[in-house]
Design a protein around this ligand. Structure first.
Ligand SMILES: *Cc1c(COP(=O)(O)O)cnc(C)c1O
Length: 503
């Protein structure tokens, strides 16, 4: 069996290596004929006798797969924040399937899997210049949405204990008593999540946790909605009967802007939150990677990421800028004691992990899932393969391309960069991270712009809206990004569309 397993695996590795040396797909979207064909070939019913492995593979490869979009296989796919998949991560992900480790209980005598997960997380801390010993509650999740659920759940547990008669009152636990009783005991009648330009998943997390979407309050400054209105923040924090979680958007998904622009602002937030027993959660799904930058060219981004270590908890995504396959996010928190209060499985002795002196907590008691995929392995592999320098180089290429696109748009007569900034070109570009938001100046063209771009099948980007009008958004996040190769393609697509606007 084992020999056969290895044989299967080496075949698989060869196939993956081949996939990765193949040229990128020429088109970012499938033709409608391929979609129609796949739709007509989709099996309508469960066969009573299976069609067998060979037929199944043929069906998937020849009939279904041609109707997938290029996604991370193409560096010219700029929709969402798709990321890519490094070859190291792809290979490791196939190993994950092959060995099928269930990473829920820490069993150091039986498998190394939980130790690999913990090491991947501490390497990740090193990549992001966080001291791993300061982030003892750490875990891989299914993505940033799940990490935001964890962040708000930990925050909710903490702020209620803080508001109780005895600060950090472990007896008054939402995990034990439920939110209604815990709030009553703490004398709280409102939990609020104070934020600016939040990702939609923050409201979803608030809903899941019984805090309600209405608890999410945007308190941005007028004319700079991504920055906190500090006076308003203070006023809301000091409201009697309210307990607060402050959620910092460390790069907003529409514009790439960061809520804070330096250590001093984070220190100010920290001071206020400590005064009122509030929890600080950072949504750094893709922004947190900005911490790998060192070159002065990226000083604004570096400053915006500085001080994020003053938070209580942090959300990051693996399947975005880390360029590992989908189904991977991470969560870091400073509060080890809160973790088990929220996530512990009580009375499940068959899941007990025994006494371990290595300090590794069983993932099932510190995160959402019990049985879980070994999604740490692709991260471990990719971090080792590229190291800090490799990830820095990747991000620099992504930023350089993004800034190249922003410069082209700013200089063009037909397009307009959003939000509209004052200042010199250099000033404008210095704030650009991996997102470019823009629109066509011609209203009629602007209405159709995103569809016209997609119809070229040369590049793909997301449509969104800004100030009530349609807008387009590039998110550059692929490890293969190459400015010299990719920028001319983008320029040509946009130029052709604008020259064609009269027709
Ligand atoms: C993408 C994103 C999310 C949601 O992440 P998923 O991985 O899709 O769950 C949350 N916050 C921000 C800032 C994001 O960019």
């Amino acid at each position: 069996m084992e020999a056969q397993g290895h044989e299967t695996f080496s075949k698989l590795s060869a196939a993956i290596a081949q996939l990765h040396t193949k040229a990128q797909p020429p088109e970012v979207l499938p033709r409608s004929t391929a979609l129609d064909n796949a739709r007509s070939k989709l099996q309508p019913h469960l066969p009573s006798t299976g069609i067998g492995l060979e037929q199944t593979i043929r069906h998937l490869q020849e009939e279904i797969a041609p109707a997938f979009n290029a996604s991370s296989r193409s560096p010219n796919y700029y929709g969402f924040v798709t990321g890519g998949i490094t070859p190291a991560a792809a290979l490791a992900d196939n190993l994950v399937t092959h060995y099928d480790q269930n990473v829920q209980v820490h069993l150091p005598k039986e498998t190394i899997a939980t130790e690999v997960e913990d090491r991947a997380l501490s390497l990740l801390c090193e990549l992001l210049d966080f001291d791993p010993t300061q982030w003892p509650h750490r875990i891989f999740t299914t993505g940033a949405t799940a990490s935001n659920v964890l962040g708000l759940a930990c925050g909710r547990e903490y702020i209620i204990a803080e508001a109780s008669a005895h600060r950090t009152d472990a007896e008054n636990s939402v995990g034990e008593l439920g939110i209604v009783e815990a709030m009553r005991k703490a004398g709280i009648d409102e939990i609020q999540i104070l934020t600016t330009v939040p990702h939609s998943s923050l409201s979803k997390a608030a809903s899941i946790l019984g805090l309600g979407r209405a608890s999410v309050k945007c308190i941005g400054q007028e004319g700079a909605s991504h920055k906190f209105d500090m006076k308003l923040l203070k006023k809301l924090l000091e409201q009697p009967g309210a307990a607060s979680i402050v959620a910092v958007s460390a790069s907003e998904v529409n514009t790439g802007l960061f809520a804070t622009s330096g250590v001093a602002e984070m220190q100010e937030l920290r001071k206020l939150c400590d005064m009122y027993g509030a929890w600080i959660h950072i949504d750094g799904a893709f922004g947190i990677l900005g911490r790998v930058l060192t070159d002065p060219k990226y000083e604004r981004i570096r400053q915006a990421c500085a001080g994020l270590d003053l938070a209580d908890s942090i959300t990051g995504d693996g399947h975005k800028l880390l360029n590992v396959p989908y189904d991977c996010g991470f969560f870091l928190s400073r509060h080890r004691n809160i973790a088990e209060r929220v996530f512990r499985n009580p009375n499940a002795s068959y899941l007990a992990s025994g006494n371990n002196s290595d300090g590794i907590m069983s993932p099932l008691n510190v995160g959402l899932e019990n049985s879980r995929r070994f999604r740490a392995l692709p991260v471990y592999a990719s971090l080792l393969c590229y190291g800090q320098g490799g990830y820095r180089d990747m991000l620099e290429r992504q930023i350089n391309l993004t800034r190249g696109i922003a410069r082209f748009i700013t200089e063009s007569d037909d397009f307009e960069l959003l939000p509209v900034f004052d200042g010199s070109m250099e000033e404008v570009l210095s704030n650009i991270y991996i997102i470019v938001l823009f629109r066509a100046k011609d209203e009629k063209l602007n209405e159709q712009l995103v569809n016209k771009i997609k119809a070229t099948r040369k590049i793909y980007l997301s449509g969104t809206s800004w100030d009530g009008k349609p807008a387009c958004r590039f998110a550059v996040s692929n490890w293969m990004t190459d400015v010299d190769r990719d920028l001319p393609i983008i320029r040509k697509v946009l130029q052709d569309i604008s020259e064609d606007k009269e027709s």
